[in-house]
Design a protein around this ligand. Structure first.
Ligand code: T3D
Length: 262
């Protein structure tokens, strides 16, 4: 297992820690593959019932490692469409397709694809000192890793365009005010708070939570009629789960439910 992404599984929470702190956890090929392997494990391993993504050191992730893109080394211009297809996009799709909650604890600066990977997670907490930067404009690229989709959808065109065209840092608190992330918390409390949240989700009715994630994501592209049909189908599935039976029984018995994720 690569040490560029640390993995630890505790009480159903798979913590994935981006771990190239000297480079602000920017992505080289090894870290790409290690992150993807971590998310894939969350798909495959029934013991994993929530994911917590964070970074080591003072940054969350500075996007692509630009040392690997140094034009001074010569050779033809890289095909960045190919690198998106090969590295970033499969990981983004895996995070979205994972029917388990993904909590992101943004512990410091999140720039370029680093910011947009955070925005692709389900619940994002950020340290008050963290900032989000659409750094692409500074180097002649376009926002990727789903950034144009998330920013335009969540913020609307005026704010999305201003952030992307100026590459101005967006402080965590403002990102929370604008609805881009769930909340900003004191730096010292970030990991404990994010872990508590992920743990409580991991102890939840995993199947129902996964279907809920599917439904909310689907709403970006469905009509109300289609969405009502999808809700009906998912509710039918949730209604047959052991966790639903346990949830109702626990309510009637006035006790805390013990969900098993089934
Ligand atoms: O290529 C493809 O496959 C296409 C996909 C592209 C996706 C992308 O993400 S493109 C955008 C790439 N990212 C950036 O342009 C951000 C570059 N970094 C920065 O602008 C700044 O580092 C930050 C604003 C993120 C943080 O600034 P600051 O002042 O807090 O830290 P620093 O001093 O700039 O960085 C600390 C160290 O990390 C430094 O190394 P050193 O001098 O101590 O040895 C710096 O070079 C290194 N570092 C930071 N970001 C990157 C990086 N090294 C390589 N690649 C980076 N992206």
């Amino acid at each position: 297992m690569s040490d560029t992404v640390l993995q630890s599984l505790n009480a159903g929470v798979l913590q994935l820690t981006l771990n190239r702190p000297d480079k602000l956890n920017s992505f080289n090929e090894e870290m790409h593959l290690a992150l993807r392997a971590g998310i894939q494990r969350a798909h495959d391993d029934a013991e994993v019932r929530a994911v917590l993504l964070t970074g080591s050191g003072r940054g969350f992730c500075a996007g692509q490692d630009l040392g690997d893109r140094d034009p001074r080394k010569g050779g033809p211009a890289p095909d960045l469409g190919h690198t998106l297809d090969t590295f970033y996009n499969p990981t983004l799709r895996l995070i979205r397709a994972l029917e388990k909650p993904v909590v992101c604890a943004v512990n410091g600066v999140a720039a370029g694809a680093g910011a947009n990977i955070a925005f692709a997670c389900d619940i994002v907490l950020a340290a008050r000192s963290a900032k989000f930067i659409q750094a692409f404009a500074k180097i002649g690229l376009v926002p990727d890793a789903g950034g144009t989709w998330n920013l335009a959808r969540i913020l609307g065109e005026p704010r999305a365009k201003a952030l992307a065209l100026t590459a101005e840092p967006l402080p965590a608190e403002k990102a929370a005010d604008w609805g881009l992330i769930w909340k900003a918390v004191e730096d010292a409390d970030l990991l404990a708070e994010a872990t508590a949240l992920a743990s409580s989700l991991a102890a939840g009715p995993t199947l129902g939570l996964g279907l809920t994630k599917r439904l909310i994501q689907a709403a970006a592209t469905t009509s109300l009629d289609e969405q009502l049909d999808l809700e009906r189908d998912c509710q039918r599935t949730a209604g047959r789960s052991a966790d639903y039976a346990e949830g109702v029984t626990a309510f009637l018995e006035k006790r805390k439910p013990e969900f098993r994720g089934q």
